[in-house]
Design a protein around this ligand. Structure first.
Ligand SMILES: Nc1nc2c(ncn2[C@@H]2O[C@H](COP(=O)(O)OP(=O)(O)OP(=O)(O)O)[C@@H](O)[C@H]2O)c(=O)[nH]1
Length: 783
């Protein structure tokens, strides 16, 4: 006879494997576990112990096709079940009950096809004679014999069919008689899943979760997870996989991968790129010029002077109208000036991604020289990669010293042509209108070098210069056409709004029907007011314009809720890893110029592979709003050394999400930037300013030192906070609070609006008007 395993015997004997093993133990037959083989001797011994049932089975084993009836009784259930699982079940169902078959045609099939391996398994186990004999005698036996048995079987087939992997036992109706025990001991056979053929190719958009990838490949997620594990990636079913991971897994299966490229039709930038690809004739376009400079150096006077002398030429009688930009004509060539005083608008636009300026005129008063805003303007222009022409203004003044201006600008990297550099310097008097022609000539010269071109014959696209709501006319926007020609009646999307160009007015207040490249025009007809710096694109039909406009308005609402992702030292490393950062832009402000230079020099020396440190602006003094707008436009981090941001800068930084890092020790700045670049930034503690107090009076007390009679102006001061003494926005001391008193009593904390007496450890040089800033170190969790 063939050998039999413990668990097989147990099944036949209607016992548990454990019972059998125990019994064998008593008989001194050694077995290791339920898979151990039993020899004939052991089996007969067991048969004796377990009595009839065992012997009955044993007999059956010996005489497989001996006793039909017994088999039918004893093993029918089992056999039938196996048959039900095989193809036999289907025919059985058919034979048995036509109605059930008709109603549930797929049951038999399902049950059969889902469990092909059971038959196989049974074949491997010849001891289950039922299978063999059952195979010879398709289930008619059971079915003929008892309708009941058949019914059960059917239900079973059906349920199991529905649950391919389950034993289906729970759903089975109560089994009858002897079958019951057998079934109970039958190990639940895992139903092997039918392997789906692998697809030749899969596609994905941006990423796929493990579950989604498994689905696309027709595999179990666990299999994918296993594969990822082998690749050293611990993943869960919901984990998003990036392109590389997807490609690795698919390569393993030999499946091709393709990333879907979806064009976002609501992104106006694509229409700008598209226009470059269009096969329309390129023609020269006028340069677009902005004027920048320090306060009172003569920007407005220069703009007016140019306008007065040139705008009205040939346009006599034209009503001058302020539309934020104007065009002049010199020697038959046009120049467009953006009438945006200062550089605020310049950076706002750039921060919004628009590049409108072709060149900038830097006005420097010859009697005043290079001032802080002059340097800011230079850095703004440099960051935007816009060429600079220097207009040395107020040359009519006796105190004018153009050489000094040239000298000072050389220090800023603007070297005059006369001095061997390549920056054009033009001496002018904006007030008297002297040198203006020469200046404009230079503008044309630089423009010529720049080879500014555009296509007249395409739908217009460009940028909003300014926009407002007019009571009578509704939304009024000044647009600068940058490419193509804008016409009255054009369906247009402007920023997050749309409409049809109802009326167009040019810079001298005339109604016009069309506007070509570099022309500023004021339009009406938009459904809402756009923002300066918004892009506009003309579409073929109004329906598309409306659809895109509405979609953009919806997206804009969504975006308002999502924080801007500016670079901060905390996310720097992630951005570097994602390849988004190649340059770390820094703005360095410090208390004195010497420190600024030292800091800048040390920062430049930081070497981390893959990223360059670029200092785009430096300056002595408090961090101001202009620093923040430059940082926002250039995605820079602002470093303050011994200085603080002023109120406006603080507000702007919060609004724009600009990261300001304040320090008092140079090596700490270097360390912080370096570790952020290496992704080693210690994120555990963050300083949080909890309050500010103003020193109103000081008292010198021997032994104690100087007591600062202070008034808490913001937040609160606590006994255990760190303190900083700030004088004119410069940190003069940082240390610990020594005592905090309300009248004569020690106080734990003093809130806003209350007076208190403060002494600072190791610092007595406190003065009236100083600001005491209290801070605590808070643990932060990194995202
Ligand atoms: N003597 C002389 N004075 C000038 C000249 N240009 C401008 N000014 C005077 O300088 C002062 C400031 O000129 P603005 O044109 O207002 O200067 P700005 O740069 O526009 O100033 P903000 O708009 O405040 O930034 C005015 O009083 C002008 O009259 C010039 O060429 N010569």
């Amino acid at each position: 006879m063939t050998k039999i395993r413990v668990h097989e015997y147990a099944k036949q004997a209607n016992r548990t494997s454990k019972e059998v093993i125990e019994e064998l133990g008593k008989m001194n037959v050694k077995v290791t576990n339920h898979m151990s083989m039993l020899d004939t001797d052991a089996v007969s011994k067991l048969n004796q112990r377990f009595g009839k049932t065992g012997s009955h089975n044993q007999q059956q084993d010996r005489k497989p096709s001996n006793d039909n009836k017994r088999q039918g009784n004893g093993q029918g259930g089992q056999r039938n079940k196996q048959q039900g699982q095989g193809g036999n079940k289907a025919s059985q169902g058919q034979q048995r009950q036509n109605h059930s078959n008709g109603n549930r045609p797929a049951q038999g099939q399902q049950g059969g096809s889902n469990r092909p391996a059971q038959g196989q398994q049974a074949n491997n186990r010849p001891a289950q004679g039922g299978q063999q004999s059952g195979g010879n005698r398709p289930a008619q036996g059971g079915q003929q014999r008892t309708g009941q048995g058949g019914g059960n079987r059917q239900a079973q087939g059906q349920r199991q069919g529905n649950r391919p992997n389950g034993g289906g036992r729970g759903g089975r109706p109560p089994a009858k008689g002897i079958n019951q025990g057998r079934r109970r001991h039958r190990p639940a056979n895992p139903m092997p899943k039918v392997e789906k053929p692998l697809p030749e190719k899969i596609t994905f958009y941006e990423s796929l979760s493990v579950g989604e990838l498994a689905n696309k490949l027709g595999k179990e997620p666990s299999e994918i997870i296993k594969k990822l594990f082998m690749l050293g990636v611990m993943a869960t079913i919901n984990q998003e996989l990036d392109k590389d991971a997807i490609e690795l897994i698919c390569a393993d299966y030999g499946v091709e991968v393709e990333e879907e490229v979806r064009i976002d039709v609501t992104d106006l930038e694509i229409y700008f790129e598209e226009s470059e690809e269009q096969d329309a004739e390129l023609t020269e376009r006028p340069p677009v010029v902005t004027i920048m400079g320090h306060v009172d150096h003569g920007k407005t006077t220069l703009l007016d002077s140019i306008r007065d002398t040139k705008v009205t030429q040939g346009e006599a009688g034209g009503i001058t109208q302020h539309i934020g930009a104007y065009q002049i004509e010199v020697e038959g060539k046009k120049i467009t000036f953006l009438d945006t005083p200062g550089h605020a608008a310049f950076t706002t636009m750039r921060a919004r991604g628009a590049k409108v300026t072709d060149l900038t005129i830097l006005v420097v008063a010859a009697d005043d020289g290079v001032m802080p805003q002059t340097i800011e303007a230079i850095n703004h222009a440099k960051a935007a990669e816009v060429p600079i022409i220097v207009a040395v203004n107020k040359m009519d003044k006796p105190t004018a010293n153009p050489d000094r201006v040239m000298q000072e600008l050389t220090e800023q990297g603007l070297v005059a042509e006369d001095w061997g550099g390549d920056t054009i310097f033009v001496p002018i008097s904006a007030l008297k209108g002297e040198g203006i022609d020469q200046l404009l000539e230079m503008v044309l010269l630089v423009a010529e070098v720049g080879e500014l071109k555009a296509r007249k014959d395409i739908n217009a696209r460009g940028t909003v210069i300014e926009a407002q709501l007019d009571r009578g006319r509704g939304s009024v926007a000044t647009l600068l056409v940058q490419d193509g020609t804008l016409r009255v009646g054009d369906p247009i999307v402007v920023g997050n709004t749309y409409g049809r160009v109802r009326a167009m007015i040019n810079d001298i207040g005339r109604r016009v029907k069309e506007a070509g490249p570099s022309t500023p025009v004021e339009i009406t007809g938009l459904s809402d007011v756009p923002q300066a710096g918004d892009r506009f694109v003309v579409f073929e039909d109004e329906k598309t314009a409306r659809q895109i406009g509405e979609a953009r308005a919806g997206e804009a609402l969504q975006e308002q809720r999502v924080e801007k992702t500016r670079v901060t030292l905390d996310n720097l490393f992630d951005q570097m890893k994602q390849g988004e950062m190649k340059e770390l832009n820094l703005i360095v402000k410090a208390d004195v110029q010497g420190t600024v230079e030292a800091m800048a020099a040390s920062l430049m020396k930081i070497e981390v592979e893959g990223v360059n440190v670029k200092i785009i602006h430096t300056g002595a003094g408090a961090i101001n709003e202009s620093d923040i707008s430059l940082a926002a436009a250039s995605n820079a981090i602002v470093i303050g050394f011994n200085v603080r941001p002023d109120v406006n800068a603080k507000r702007a930084a919060e609004e724009e999400g600009v990261d300001i890092r304040l320090h008092r020790v140079i090596y700490k700045v270097i360390e912080e930037i370096e570790s952020a670049m290496k992704g080693l930034l210690d994120p555990e503690y963050e300083e949080k300013v909890i309050g500010q107090a103003e020193v109103r009076e000081t008292f010198k007390v021997s032994k104690i030192g100087t007591i600062a009679g202070s008034y808490v102006t913001d937040g609160k001061i606590t006994r255990d906070s760190g303190v900083r003494v700030i004088r004119d926005n410069i940190v003069v001391f940082e240390g610990e609070l020594d005592t905090l008193k309300r009248f004569k009593d020690d106080a734990k904390e003093v809130a806003k609006g209350y007076e208190c007496g403060i002494t600072i450890k190791n610092f007595n040089d406190i003065k009236e008007g100083d600001i005491i800033e209290a801070f605590v170190m808070e643990e932060i969790k990194r995202a």
